[in-house]
Design a protein around this ligand. Sequence first.
Ligand code: HEC
Length: 194
Amino acid sequence: MKQALRHAALAIVLAGGAAMPALAAEKPDMAELKGEAREIIQGFFKELKGTLVSAMKEKGPAGAVDVCNTKAQEITAKHNAKGWQVGRTALKLRNPKNAPDAWEKAVLEEFEKKIAEGADPKKLVKAEIVEENGRKVFRLMKAIPTMKPCLNCHGEKVSEDVLAVIRKHYPQDQATGFRLGQLRGAFTLKKPLN
Ligand code: HEC
């Protein structure tokens, strides 16, 4: 009797276990995925900002470029978790490793268009389920506006000593000349669903 019950319980667990991923793939919970993405972005942004602020205080903007150069990619990799892939991208790049793919490029262009039409860049988010190599993938991007401290390294009047360090690490840098409030780039996240 006990044995039979155990078998029945096992059968239910197995059936449930097998059915759940299929259900999840058919009906992904967009609100839940967006919530997870928002949390990851918050943690990622907090750590990037904290690292940047303390580097600027300790070493000034030129020294902080060195810190960004070694830490930015490391911090990015650290925030990949639970099936999520996390990054930053932009149309005008500093690090070519952050180059957008076709979907990201289209979203960045859409953000630019919306900002030109008066949208607040702080509120721009795009979420979509796309098909990649026969696989459903949840993708989300959140716009990053240019704020005041960013101008030290991305603005129109970056000082010579800062530019020198930027050129040393990023000989193909395109990420200066930004004005306050302009779109600097975006956070980009994806999670395969099945
Ligand atoms: C001390 C100089 C410095 C400051 C200040 C700074 N950045 Fe950057 N930024 C960098 C460097 C260096 C990189 C390249 C990091 C890497 O190698 O991935 C970068 C990369 C980026 C990227 C990734 C896309 C790309 O072009 O490679 C974004 C987005 C970005 N910065 C946004 C900002 C924003 C927004 C601010 C203000 C809150 C800011 N940055 C402030 C130096 C700086």
